[in-house]
Design a protein around this ligand. Sequence first.
Ligand code: CU
Length: 463
Amino acid sequence: MTTRRHFLRAASGALLAATAVSKAAQGAVPEAPTQDKPDTQQPLAPPGGRPYQPVVTLNGWTLPWRMNNGWKEFHLVAEPVRRQMAPGMTAHLWGYNGQSPGPTIECVEGDKVRIFVTNKLPEHTTIHWHGILLPNGMDGVGGLTQPQIPVGKTFIYEFAMKKSGTFMYHPHADEMVQMAMGMMGFIVVHPKNAAFMRVDRDFVFLINAYDIEPGAYTPKTATMTEFNLWSWNSRVFPGIAPLVVRKGDRVRIRIGNLTMTNHPIHLHGYDFEVTGTDGGWVPKSARWPEVTTDVAVGQMRAIEFIAGEPGDWAFHCHKSHHTMNAMGHNVPTMVGVDHRGIAQKIINLVPDYMVMGERGMADMGEMEMPLPDNTLPMMTGAGPFGPLEMGGMFTVVKVREGLARNDYNDPGWFKHPQGTVAHEWTGITPVASHASPENKRAAQTALVEREVRIRKPTGHGAH
Ligand SMILES: [Cu+2]
């Protein structure tokens, strides 16, 4: 990333200038690095100031900063961006510094931060610093605590980070449109005492959602509930990076929700504790074990566990429609409907007709339906044992033995020890005995008793 290197060079130049008390350098707006890749970037170790364990932003990056006379200076540029949501689909969003979500801002409890915000959107904006305790005039509510930032102008926000924790930033101006377009980012304030709440791997991401019609590029901003792309950091499965973890590490995952509905986030293979909210750290005595935690709208939850059990552990929203990509919900339930004989007659009339759903929807995972440009299959992704039949808010926590401390590279699929994978029973299977005559009849006639109604599965409507 050449922009970051340029910035760091420029930043060290600015540091030198600042120590030489150059008024010109102090007055200059810091460079605004941009990121053009949707890949997870290596954590950004602090080049100066108090030390901390940097976070890993899933499919994102941390904004470099410079010191200026005791202030940490950042520069966010609000602008239209193109975001690849998964290979094969790009969205035209609004974001910050080249991406949606914007870069993660990291600093330390007690830091004085100065954040320059330049507006390159076609309309005014502001930034609200969700959860941060600050002077009222820095709260970023357009019209209430400050004038809107006009198109083409740069505003300065200045405040001290009173406490450590996990916060979010987003506009408080034309919010419905600007947040539906992807304007948001994460703020992590590390504790002054580096040993406090210390973990080995610290991941962050925001939950967001878009309504982008298959074949289109721009989200429908008036959508209130019927979104069709349920994303983490504006990525959907199989575009969401795995969370790579070394066996034995203490792991934290910070999850912020800026969608219009709640998301019960579920981790396989582990129990965890919620150790933080956007209000602060949860005292030990107030924590309880969970395997799913609901992250409500406008909330952040930090979960922690010790990664003792190697494997590829699914990590996803537990609303099953949120682990799918765009589809039509007006697809009727076809389970139990017998298509035999009917399909061929229809294919004679409608050549690309496809029968689906009569044995469930699992066929969709490997089916190659003709898709419009710039859209993703509803259920997709390939695993070591076949199609994963997932989409949306799904990824994998990959726990491996013997990784290097800072190695976040995808280690590939887990190699299960011999004899530890569920497998087919090859002995004699007894016939299931049904207690009630009704159940017996249902089992015998499941595939043939219903009225046959067939519809062509088009119309990728709301999801
Ligand atoms: Cu969800």
